[in-house]
Design a protein around this ligand. Structure first.
Ligand SMILES: Nc1ncnc2[nH]cnc12
Ligand SMILES: [Zn+2]
Length: 364
């Protein structure tokens, strides 16, 4: 709950989430539950005292030194995900929380290599996630799409193999009736510095040829050349994070001109020490320069909150007006990879929300 009188408005605002790692929704409670069910031995107290209980693990998540420190916890925790139902439970936990937070559409990442490397079949992962997506659309009214990420710290040959598995399995075949099996886009995540976007040009070219949507993490810890590299060589339509864009004014102008959406994750940036305080996330700079962005939760189980917590943190730090929030919400809808009819529906909901609250809240 934020201190702002805009709190209920922020909850009700129809939201699109574009930067959410499904594996980043693995709460300490679910991790312990799945470990017990699947007979997975967690690290002993000598190895890592954080794994004593869900409470000690939650405490460990309160401080990360940087992205690398977080990624170690993130990959280690995934060992408990084994069956299709585990992946479904994980995604369902996300969707139910997202609905509570007013999310209407979600474009979610997953990291297949972190599972196939442990001997879990690609289809087990996708089938589990897609079962939750189907249920979320039916029972919660949340539309969604799935974005397959390559782990940039692994050899490019592993990304190439993953791409081949998805192609052979027909997961990119947009003409198939079984739409829930489909993967809509490609993403690029994990350790950024030293793993340049250009390495993955072949996979992205192949994806582009097949009509896949494209995004990549960039400018989270890496300098602005990680952003320009992704635009130039991977032909991405969005940049995930992108906060270091402010260090290159010419590139910032290009991002505006080319209508690139940044998927900003304020609580993540603070937890991973990219910024010291939320007011150092360049929200105001982006709004003033006309850079389009959405606000997202990244890995909510690790970073102290889901999407509304991120909206509230931004509101507490920047005291935005309801019209500035309207711009953010509109840009999130327009930047979504959805059909025009769904966009119109969401814009209609936004209009309703604005008229309900503009009478109640005096615009600052
Ligand atoms: N914030 C982040 N940056 C890079 N890779 C990630 N994988 C999960 N969260 C990530
Ligand atoms: Zn991320």
């Amino acid at each position: 709950m934020c201190k702002s009188p805009l709190h209920s408005f922020l909850v009700e605002l129809p939201k699109c989430e574009h930067h959410l790692h499904l594996e980043g929704c693995l709460s300490p409670a679910l991790l312990f539950q799945l470990a017990a069910k699947n007979n997975i031995t967690l690290p002993s107290s000598d190895e890592d005292p954080a794994y004593q209980s869900p409470v000690t693990l939650a405490k460990r998540y309160q401080h990360f030194d940087n992205l690398e420190d977080f990624l170690q916890c993130y990959y280690r925790g995934m060992a408990v995900l084994i069956t299709q139902n585990d992946f479904e439970m994980l995604a369902w936990e996300y969707f139910t929380t997202a609905r509570r937070d007013g999310v209407r559409h979600a474009e979610v990442f997953f990291d297949p290599q972190s599972h196939t490397d442990r001997g879990i079949a690609f289809d087990t992962v996708v089938a589990g996630f897609n079962a939750a997506r189907t249920r979320a659309e039916k029972e919660l009214g949340i539309t969604s799409c799935l974005i397959m990420c390559f782990l940039r710290h692994l050899p490019v040959s592993s990304a190439a193999e993953t791409m081949q598995t998805a192609i052979t399995g027909g997961y990119f075949d947009v003409s198939q009736d079984d739409k829930q099996r489909a993967i809509t886009g490609l993403g690029l995540d994990s350790s950024e510095v030293g793993f340049r976007p250009e390495l993955f040009v072949d996979q992205y070219r192949e994806g582009e040829k097949r009509g896949l949507r494209r995004t990549a993490h960039g400018g989270e810890e890496g300098d602005p050349t990680y952003i320009s590299g992704a635009l130039d060589t991977l032909h991405v339509e969005r940049i995930d994070h992108g906060i270091r864009l402010t260090e290159d004014p010419e590139l910032l102008k290009r991002v505006v001109k080319e209508n690139i959406l940044l998927t900003v994750c304020p609580l993540s940036n603070m937890c991973l020490q990219a910024v010291k305080r939320i007011d150092q996330v360049p929200i105001r700079t982006f709004l003033e320069a006309g850079v389009k962005f959405s606000i997202n939760s990244d890995d909510p189980a690790y970073f102290g909150g889901y999407i509304v917590n991120n909206y509230c943190a931004v509101q507490d730090a920047f005291n935005l007006s309801i019209n500035e929030w309207r711009v953010i919400a509109e840009n999130s809808i327009h930047g979504s990879w959805i059909q025009e009819a769904r966009k119109s529906e969401l814009l209609g909901l936004l209009d309703e929300c604005m008229s309900k609250y503009s009478d109640r809240l005096v615009d600052q």
